[in-house]
Design a protein around this ligand. Structure first.
Ligand SMILES: Nc1ncnc2c1ncn2[C@@H]1O[C@H](COP(=O)(O)OP(=O)(O)OP(=O)(O)O)[C@@H](O)[C@H]1O
Length: 239
């Protein structure tokens, strides 16, 4: 397995169970939507995948590397776009990315090539010299995704990356990230918005820390709109 594999993952905040026996995989070339309402456990899962937090329950493998046993090798193969933007608004796009390339040990020509390639993939190359502050929200987000690609990760994690964006920007970013998956990356996209998911995408429905369903969106929707299937599943749990 060369993408992302999660087996039996659990996590508690004191007595509160945030994740329970979560297992699923994202293969290279797959766009997988982690679909869950507020409080489902998506951010907790992302914190465990990026080792901001550690769990003793279960196992996470990235491109075959066990995150607990070989954290550096595993983390080197992950690109992350967190919910909260973390850009220096007063630097240009290129300087922001150069700083980040340096964190990954890239400098000089290698860094310049990686930065140009990543910006090009997100349609942002012509904006490389602009200060981040003048970019709109959609372009800032695209730049953050480009930044997450600089070290050529095998797995790309995005935590609700379209929050606060207008419809056109959301559509553009969703399309760009689908293209990255089609190019061979394993993509995990956390969201509570079903309109960001295509029928062929993989979906993992997370609710109250547990996986309620997983499969293609078409299979989970089972002939009804995905939104209805999702509402029925999560409302049923509340009853
Ligand atoms: N620091 C914390 N201390 C205690 N409980 C927490 C903490 N962080 C999250 N929780 C709880 O863990 C559960 C999962 O929260 P989490 O933030 O992972 O969900 P989420 O799916 O990311 O939700 P959202 O979309 O609102 O960010 C929730 O019940 C939440 O209240």
């Amino acid at each position: 397995m060369t993408g992302l594999q999660i087996d039996g993952l659990g996590f508690r905040y004191g007595p509160r169970v945030a994740l329970e026996d979560v297992s699923f995989a994202v293969a290279p070339g797959q766009f997988c939507a982690l679909l869950g309402p507020n409080g489902a456990g998506k951010s907790t899962l992302f914190a465990l995948l990026t080792r901001l937090m550690v769990s003793r329950q279960g196992r996470i493998r990235v491109a075959g590397f066990d995150l607990a046993q070989a954290p550096r090798a595993a983390l080197a193969r992950i690109g992350v776009v967190f919910q909260q933007p973390t850009l220096d608004l007063d630097l240009t796009v290129r300087r922001n990315l150069r700083y980040f390339a340096g964190l990954h040990g890239l400098s000089g020509r290698a860094a310049a090539m990686a930065i140009d390639a990543a910006l090009d993939r997100l349609g942002m190359l012509e904006r490389a010299g602009e200060t981040v502050r003048v970019l709109n929200g959609g372009h800032r987000r695209r730049m953050e995704i480009a930044r997450a690609l600089i070290h050529a990760p095998a797995v790309l994690l995005l935590d609700e990356p379209t929050v606060g964006l207008d419809a056109a920007s959301r559509r553009a970013i969703t399309a760009h990230v689908h293209d990255l998956a089609a190019g061979g990356m394993a993509v995990l996209w956390a969201t509570h918005l079903v309109d960001e998911i295509g029928p062929a995408d993989q979906v993992v429905v997370l609710h109250r820390g547990r996986v309620l369903a997983q499969g293609t969106a078409a299979a989970i929707a089972a002939g009804q709109p995905l939104a209805d299937a999702f509402m029925a599943m999560t409302a049923g749990e509340d009853a």
